[in-house]
Design a protein around this ligand. Structure first.
Ligand code: HSE
Length: 311
């Protein structure tokens, strides 16, 4: 393959109680990326929008991933990566994860797929480390695997694709303010009480079981985060009101998407998710906070090839 264009989906990390270990991919929001072999060796990045993002490969989230992969394989060609971001950096919807996961996927294709999916997650984590200072995998794993994906461990990396109930849908509201993951991590407490951890473990296990059993009541009972959400929600305008409106409109649960400021809610079907999005929209419509919303199915496939050129 000499050239390919992909859609790299947005992701919702943490899914309320499962900080740093669980995420899912979104059907409707994502980046587009094109990868082309070049005669001149090395990695070249072109930003088609968000031109303020660095294009030096070693400073670019996709670039560091591509550099590590070609370093390992030493191909006899170079790679040009064109990036068109559909997910705003600092939105909490896995913007850096989409760039990093997309780069791992696209470069692997041009190299004739020497790496398996878990290895691609490992490479993509380099991009996350550059973006946030921490090589978390709960965005890049669902970006590459699709659906709900558990990161049981990062050292060694152990990625477990989970069952995704067919009709489960997501509402997202993105206040157009930037929250840097690095900052949203720095404000978190470094330790917690055992009794709080026990409650959180129960909820994580309940959420994962609920997904496998397609038990929406169990999912709803489990979507509670008593550790991270109370701290980070202070950065999000009207968070409590958004959450209450989502739950009143029928959402199973509602929390912060990744490190915020986006807020997500899960619903049992797309129609309910539409009503939930509308309920959250009404909260912000009465403020001067600029925002955008999405109502979407869960993306079960992850990154999608839009077209490929073989010669
Ligand atoms: N798990 C990460 C965090 C996700 O919450 O900091 C960042 O999108």
């Amino acid at each position: 393959m000499n050239e390919l264009k992909i859609f790299s989906p947005a992701t919702v990390a943490n899914v309320s109680c499962a900080f740093d270990i669980l995420g899912f991919a979104v059907e409707k929001a994502g980046d587009r990326m094109t990868f082309r072999k070049t005669a001149e060796k090395g990695i070249r990045i072109v930003m088609k929008n968000y031109r303020e993002l660095p294009t030096e490969p070693e400073k670019n989230v996709a670039g560091v991933v591509a550099l590590a992969m070609v370093e390992k394989r030493q191909p006899g060609f170079g790679i040009l990566i064109e990036m068109e971001k559909g997910i705003l950096p600092g939105s909490g919807m896995g913007s850096s994860g989409a760039s990093a996961g997309g780069a791992a996927f696209g470069v692997n294709k041009l190299l004739d797929e020497p790496f398996g999916k878990t290895e691609l997650v490992q490479f993509a984590m380099l991009g996350e480390a550059l973006a946030s200072g921490v090589a978390h995998a709960d965005n890049v794993a669902p970006n590459l695997f699709g659906g709900f994906t558990l990161v049981r461990s990062t050292r060694p990396l152990d990625v477990i694709p989970l069952h995704t109930p067919e009709r489960l849908s997501v509402s997202l509201i993105h206040p157009l303010i930037e929250v840097k993951t690095k900052n949203a991590r720095n404000i978190l407490k470094k330790s917690l009480l055992l009794k709080d951890a026990v409650i959180q473990w129960g909820n994580v296990a309940g959420l994962v079981s609920g997904l496998f059993m397609e038990d929406f009541d169990l999912i709803a009972r489990s979507m509670h985060d008593g550790i991270v959400e109370p701290v980070r929600s202070l950065l999000i305008p009207m968070f409590d009101e958004l959450k209450q409106a989502a739950l009143d409109a029928g959402a199973l649960g509602c929390s912060i998407s990744g490190s915020g400021p986006s807020v997500f809610a899960l619903s049992a079907d797309l129609a309910t998710a539409g009503e939930v999005t509308e309920a959250m929209r009404k909260i912000y419509a009465e403020t001067d906070v600029p925002f955008e919303t999405y109502t979407s199915g869960i993306n079960k496939k992850g990154i999608r090839i839009l077209n490929e050129i073989n010669d």
